[in-house]
Write a protein that binds this ligand. Structure first.
Ligand code: FAD
Length: 394
């Protein structure tokens, strides 16, 4: 086993860190105060992503991406996760489902998305459909060679930074026919209802949309009827790894700030790290980081090795569950070490504390990840998680 990053992986991690420090961190306070990244700042950041060679980090070279391995992507994403206010999203990841599009769809959406000239949002969640997407009510009906979409979508992240939306709808209202559609903005009979405020202030919005017989060309169906879940399965694995990478980047930053502060802050005539109550918190933070990061790079490596898809799904769920919950605990302790200063909005740890909470909710809640993990134990046995190589016990 070799746990050392290659020269190329180290270079990418350094680039991700430098991009975070030079481009994203200066935008944190303005994003927090404004509620999102101000419109007039967005183009410069997009250009910076291109200039730093970080555009299209999750796609193949043939599709206009960088052709990076999962370990290489993870090395970058971990560093981007240090930025508060979801600014990591400025380094866009075009939806994975686009690679299953027709050549014409790839040319119109994927290639320009990899170049940063187009951006897509993903709309599956609805008022009555969250963890259980079979409850989706948005329907697609084909009439006279045109699809008509009707329904309501919630929490559509980055809608106001996107120029198209991938919509998950049930053809003929049949939950056995979940299907994806590409909807260009602006679209006839598509209303942006509102973009509510959330606990975090994020780079872009999370919108609520209303589709009222929105006409969509026949050529805008992505994949086949009924393939809605199949095409997004890979995205779930990728998104879970990405969330874990960001959570670990965020927790590392908080832990570093707390560790430094524990040395410089004096109370009762000594640095506060001399109190065991503080030092034990630092120890717990370090151990959880060590565990989460080891899991993260293992799962990324397994994907690169072409490990069985089902095992990868199971491991990605376990990783997302552990990393998001551990990061919550680490950042909470970091804030405690900082005392009142940790509670100030100008302190990155206060923002990280707000930012990290959603990682236990989106892309599958912690409970849903536990459902996946428990289901895999039932089906395949505990060895899928407890053995480094299940072949050894066989
Ligand atoms: C900031 C933000 C951005 C988002 N961005 C997007 C986006 O871009 N596109 C998109 O489509 N969606 C997006 N979402 C939606 C997100 O994926 C859902 O919030 C999530 O899937 C949970 O659904 P829900 O909120 O309806 O909760 P529910 O599914 O109603 O769950 C409520 C509670 O019940 C629990 N629960 C549900 N089922 C089970 C079960 N079987 N066993 C145990 N417990 C269970 C949940 O874990 C949770 O604690 C976003 C959400 C947020 C908060």
């Amino acid at each position: 086993m070799n746990f050392e990053l290659s020269a190329r992986e180290k270079e990418l991690a350094r680039r991700g860190r430098a991009f975070c420090d030079d481009v994203l961190l200066p935008l944190e306070l303005i994003t927090d105060e404004h509620g999102e990244l101000p419109m007039e700042r967005r183009e410069a950041v997009k250009q910076a992503v291109r200039d730093w060679g970080l555009a299209g980090i999750n796609h193949s070279r043939e599709d206009g991406g960088l052709g990076l391995t999962m370990v290489e992507q993870t090395a970058i994403e971990e560093q981007l996760g240090r930025a508060t206010n979801g600014l990591w999203t400025c380094v866009w990841r075009p939806p994975v489902s686009l690679k299953f599009g027709t050549e014409a769809q790839k040319k119109a959406y994927l290639v320009p998305a990899c170049g940063g000239y187009r951006r897509g949002a993903f709309a599956i969640t609805e008022p009555d459909a969250g963890s259980d997407p079979r409850r989706v009510k948005t329907r697609a009906d084909l009439r006279n060679g045109t699809w008509h979409l009707s329904g309501e979508k919630w929490f559509v992240t980055s809608y106001n930074a996107s120029d198209f939306v991938i919509v998950h709808a049930h053809v003929d209202g049949d939950p056995d026919k979940p299907t994806l559609f590409l909807v260009d903005k602006p679209a006839e009979n598509l209303t942006h209802v509102r973009s509510p405020k959330f606990m975090h202030n994020f780079a872009f919005d999370h919108a609520e949309l209303h589709f009222a017989e929105t006409p969509v060309g026949e050529d805008k169906m992505l994949g086949a009827i009924g393939q809605g879940f199949e095409l997004t399965k890979d995205w779930f694995v990728e998104a879970r790894l990405q969330i874990a990478s960001h959570a670990i980047g965020a927790a590392s930053r908080a832990a570093e700030i707390a560790n430094d502060y524990a040395t410089t802050r004096h109370q009762f005539e000594r640095p506060i790290r001399d109190f065991q109550g503080i030092e034990f918190m630092l120890a717990d933070m370090a151990v959880e980081l060590f565990a989460a990061k080891s899991m993260l790079y293992r799962v990324a490596w397994e994907i690169d090795q072409g490990l069985d898809r089902k095992r990868v799904h199971a491991h990605a769920s376990a990783l997302k569950l552990y990393a998001s919950e551990a990061a919550g605990r680490i950042i909470d302790k970091a804030l405690q070490v900082l005392g009142g200063r940790g509670y100030m909005r100008e302190n990155p740890v206060e923002r990280l504390y707000r930012d990290i909470r959603v990682d236990r909710i989106w892309e599958g809640t912690s409970e849903i990840q536990r459902v996946v993990v428990a289901g895999q134990i039932r089906k395949r046995g505990l060895g899928i998680f407890s053995e480094i190589d299940p072949g050894v016990a066989a």
